[in-house]
Design a protein around this ligand. Structure first.
Ligand code: ADP
Ligand code: MG
Length: 595
């Protein structure tokens, strides 16, 4: 798997719309159809209203001239005055349907996120850039809704309105359409210019903002306050804070001035278009080129036309502009790499092989493991030793199958580990990690977490093997004692938490088990005792123990010596002691600890 080169596919406006509408359509198809029909009707009915007004005003003129009967005028007048009510009803109904449809789609997209989070390759969680994305994805969900609603409104409502209105105006007088388009232009230009200027401002101002925020923290945050007080450096930070804040404000003010100035110019142009259209209307009317009806209809519809235009630019395009970035985070998250393995059969784990395996953490330029070759047979106990940072924990994460090799291959019973479904891969594996979890639950739940079915005897047995002191007075309610202060439980010492973690690892039914330095907080003599019991119960299982105390490594059939990401030696304790290698040096350096 290659996170570094796998570029996240950016999502466009149309595919976002398709995705969300698709999900909603599967759940609420009738709502979707109703919504689409309603907003198209809404778009058309504004134009129809203008047209009806034209007919009505023509009829009124006819009535005055004695060419029209009063009855027809009354009917037309009624229809005309009911139109706004009709438009109001349609728009409210569509808002209700929209609410239902989008809340449902949003709910299912939230489920989509949770399911994705559970499928993501664990390695992804090691990558800071991706961790950021995971947090942002949840925040981005709502933005997807905003983008898609605006898109649907533009595509099905505004465009229907503007196109039908354009056809109408063109029929009345092509010049009117031309005038309107001219007053449309400033809004387009304004949107583009504003976006440019603000993006530019953000680039310039961001460094100053980061700095003044930092200096503010130096003055009043908990981690800095002790030193700041001691050095009496408040004044200094205050000055730095002030100068950066001033610069940031100056830049914002400058941009705001620019934007306002340009907008003033553009609005003047729009106003010119508006006034020009009206003058033109009077001109055509006086020349008899348009009727009274058309004049009155266009004249009374101009404010709707211009307010619709503002709505389009300020509300819909504006909200797409704001929500598009966050919405993309949602889709970027859905595209995070997943494990592809499909094999779900039982693994016998007779042989585990690593062939020329190298592994590099995402975002790191140095491999944590290099050229690892290792074959392990079922039932073997291996110890992995080496200094801090030599790659021991990383090797165990590969052995469990949590992480896949960056290059080379790992085979379980001859099957490439990448082809095995995670479910099958982890089925019979147990592990106690170096950074284990301390669950804020009862003692029993802490042990039982991987399998809630087994009874108390199994829990007690595992705890006994991990040397957990069951008779401790602290455990007022025995196995049911609540742990962790957060929920009113008791706290354990580091060593007791560690024994509990070991018990959890031993409790889980397994063919393979890994203990990654689980005994750092436990003294060497007791550690030896725990490992002795461990060796007994692991006789027929594959076991790896990672330890920096070489005394404990001796229970292993084989000892793997690691250094700087490589296996530098391998053998039994006796074999390794006979060589002039790292192991013997380490052993002698530690010998003084063991009496
Ligand atoms: P050990 O368990 O022997 O102390 P590790 O396997 O933890 O060694 O680490 C091996 C190397 O990988 C070290 O250089 C360490 O800095 C690096 N490393 C460990 N975890 C990460 C990580 N999440 N991201 C990047 N580098 C890591
Ligand atoms: Mg480690």
């Amino acid at each position: 798997m290659d996170n570094k080169t796998k570029k996240v596919k950016p999502y466009g406006l149309f595919s976002m719309t398709r995705h969300m509408v698709g999900i909603g359509a599967g759940k609420k198809p009738l709502h979707l159809i109703l919504f689409i029909v309603l907003i198209i009707i809404m778009g058309l009915s504004n134009t129809a209203y203008t047209f009806v007004k034209q007919i009505f005003f023509d009829a009124v003129e006819g009535l005055v001239g004695g060419r029209e009967q009063i009855g027809i005028v009354v009917v037309l007048g009624t229809v005309t005055s009911l139109f706004p009510v009709f438009i109001f009803l349609v728009s409210n109904l569509s808002a209700i349907v929209l609410q239902i449809f989008f809340k449902t789609a949003e709910g299912y997209m939230g489920k989509e996120l949770n399911e994705k989070a559970a499928r993501i390759d664990p390695l992804v969680y090691e990558d800071n850039r991706f961790l950021d994305q995971i947090n942002k994805a949840y925040a981005g969900l709502q933005s997807v809704g905003n983008v898609v609603v605006s898109m649907l409104m533009i595509l099905l409502n505004q465009s229907v309105y503007f196109i039908s209105m354009a056809v109408y105006l063109f029929n009345v007088k092509p010049m009117l359409l031309f005038m309107f388009c001219v007053s449309f232009l400033p809004s387009v230009v304004g949107t583009v210019v504003r976006k440019r200027l603000y993006a530019n401002l953000e680039n310039q101002a961001a460094p100053y903002r980061r700095r003044y925020e930092y200096f503010e923290k130096c003055i009043c945050s908990r981690e800095y306050v002790k030193e700041t007080r001691l050095w009496r450096s408040e004044g200094f930070f205050q000055r730095m804070f002030g100068s950066n804040l001033r610069e940031c404000t100056r830049l914002s003010w400058q941009t705001a001035k620019h934007v306002r100035f340009i907008e003033l110019g553009l609005r003047t142009l729009t106003l010119t278009g508006y006034v020009g259209t009206i003058i033109m209307l009077f001109y055509y009317l006086s020349k008899g080129e348009i009727g009274v009806g058309a004049f009155a209809a266009v004249f009374t519809s101009l404010d709707t036309l211009f307010s619709r235009m503002n709505e389009l630019f300020d509300i819909q395009i504006g909200s797409i502009g704001n929500a598009f970035g966050p919405a993309q985070n949602f889709f970027a998250f859905l595209h995070l790499p997943e494990r592809q393995g499909l094999y779900e059969g039982t693994l016998k784990r007779e042989v585990t092989e690593l062939k020329d395996v190298s592994f590099t953490y995402p975002g790191s330029d140095r491999p944590a493991l290099e050229d690892i070759n290792l074959t392990v047979h079922k039932g073997e106990t291996l110890a992995i030793v080496g200094v801090n940072g030599s790659g021991k924990s990383t090797l165990t994460r590969l052995l469990t199958g949590l992480y896949l090799p960056t290059s080379g291959e790992m085979l379980i019973d001859g099957r490439n580990v990448g082809e095995i479904a995670p479910k099958a891969l982890y089925r019979d594996v147990s592990a106690v990690f170096q950074r284990y979890q301390s669950y804020k639950m009862t003692v029993a739940e802490n042990v039982r977490i991987s399998d809630m079915e087994k009874g108390d005897p199994a829990v007690r047995d595992a705890m006994e093997k991990a040397n957990f002191p069951m008779d401790s007075e602290k455990l007022t309610e025995g196995l049911e004692t609540m742990l962790g202060k957060d929920f009113g439980g008791i706290d354990l010492s580091g060593g007791q938490w560690q024994r509990l973690a070991i018990a959890r690892g031993l409790y889980r039914a397994h063919d393979m088990i890994i203990l990654d330095e689980p005994t750092a907080a436990i003294d060497p003599l007791e550690e030896a005792d725990i490992y002795r019991k461990f060796a007994e119960i692991s006789a027929d299982k594959t076991a790896f123990i990672v330890t920096h105390r070489l005394g404990s490594a001796q229970i292993a059939d084989r000892i793997i010596v690691m250094d700087a990401g490589r296996i530098v030696d391998m053998g039994t304790h006796e074999e390794l002691m006979q060589r002039e290698g790292k192991y013997r040096k380490m052993y002698h350096a530690q010998a003084k600890w063991y009496v």
